[in-house]
Design a binder for this molecule. Structure first.
Ligand SMILES: [Zn+2]
Length: 375
């Protein structure tokens, strides 16, 4: 098979047979037989004990009784078990796998070309004309990866390429489609604040922080050398620092004094402008460990312009889960980085402000500031 293969290092040749054998699900197979599902031809055969014949799933012959049927991953296995190929559907003449390889190669090309975008399994399954389950299985059989893993590999490759062009790390992260540094680091394990480290409270990680006065009161800004990990608003320094320590119990917390390192200085400047209702274009890099769902919510929130608001339901609909407005509310309530993920721009559908992790008064004030700046 000639495969359009950008990542020889991650795609290992797999024996299709062994994958299929490992994945054969008799219920799925039987359903395919009853439906004469031609898209599964070449993925397995079924053999009938009473006749000694084996067939493709799509065989037009009359269906046997379920209790007389065995499934085999490949024709050779059925033959080895003493069955003869059906003369009507000729299950020993496989051509399906080649068609599938071409199909999957086409999907790989599609993923490469759209690597920076979100690509859902359903989108791919529609494109291929296969059910999501079938697509997943075929994709893995051909590439050795799930579509998601392949997608991530494409992004990593692009990310490295963008860096080689001389871009800044934070820009490369966004350009490659990771959306945030935490997304990138979810996909790397070599260094940095990996998910495992985060789960252990940031063990062996240095987190730098400082507090600064803003229009909204005192702000704590904390980050690793990769991005912001906490932005909190409050009235006094001690409770803010205590909350940070509770959030990252095993990290080494390092208070920073002025003059701050250059990147940290920029983060603080940007956040202070945001606290004053201004809308700097710069998206600050994040190094937060949150669920995939939270990250999708946060990415969407970052697209709501200052001076505008959306309801929890609107956000839920925007990320393609219209039923999830309560979960959106929870994601907002647990936002670890105030302002830079503007959860304050999500309000109740009746126009009331709804809650805010850092006090409702601050939310109301901030929304007013943003509206005034915009006008
Ligand atoms: Zn047949």
């Amino acid at each position: 098979m000639q495969f359009h293969e950008p990542f020889p290092d991650v795609i290992r040749p797999f024996k299709i047979e062994s994958i299929m054998k490992a994945k054969l699900d008799p219920d799925v197979c039987w359903k395919a037989v009853l439906g004469r599902d031609a898209s599964l031809d070449g993925e397995f055969v079924f053999a009938v004990r009473t006749t000694g014949i084996f067939c493709r799933p799509s065989c037009p012959a009359r269906h046997p009784l379920r209790r007389n049927v065995d499934f085999f991953a490949v024709a050779a296995d059925a033959e080895a078990a003493g069955f003869r190929p059906c003369l009507r559907c000729k299950p020993n003449q496989t051509n399906a796998p080649h068609a599938q390889s071409d199909l999957i190669a086409g999907l790989c090309r599609y993923i490469e070309e759209h690597a920076a975008e979100t690509i859902g399994l359903h989108q791919l399954s529609e494109k291929a004309g296969l059910s999501p389950t079938h697509l997943l299985r075929t994709f893995r059989a051909v590439t050795g990866l799930t579509p998601k893993q392949y997608h991530t590999a494409c992004r990593m490759k692009n990310f490295k390429g963008i860096l080689r062009r001389g871009a800044r790390v934070t820009d490369a992260i966004y350009e490659a489609g990771f959306g945030s540094s935490s997304r990138l680091y979810e996909n790397t394990s070599k260094s940095g604040l990996t998910p495992a480290e985060m789960r252990t409270g940031g063990a062996n990680t240095w987190i730098y922080y400082t507090t600064t006065q803003t229009e909204l009161g005192l702000m704590l800004v904390a980050g690793t050398n990769r991005g912001l990990c906490a932005v909190e608003l409050g009235d006094a320094k001690d409770p803010l620092v205590k909350a940070l320590a509770e959030q990252y119990p095993k990290a080494s917390l390092r208070p920073l004094q002025e003059p701050y390192p250059e990147s940290f200085r920029r983060w603080i400047d940007t956040l202070r402008m945001q606290a004053a209702g201004l809308a700097p274009r710069r998206q600050l890099p994040l190094d937060i460990q949150v669920s995939e769902f939270q990250m999708r919510v946060y990415q969407h929130l970052r697209t709501i312009p200052a001076g505008q608001t959306q309801s929890y339901g609107e956000v839920a609909a925007a990320i393609g889960q219209p039923q999830a407005s309560r979960a959106v509310g929870h994601a907002c309530a647990t936002n670890p980085v105030a302002l830079t993920v503007p959860c304050h721009r999500v309000v109740l559908s009746n126009g009331e402000s709804g809650g805010y992790r850092w006090s409702e008064d601050r939310k109301v004030k901030l929304l007013e500031l943003e509206k005034r700046r915009r006008a």
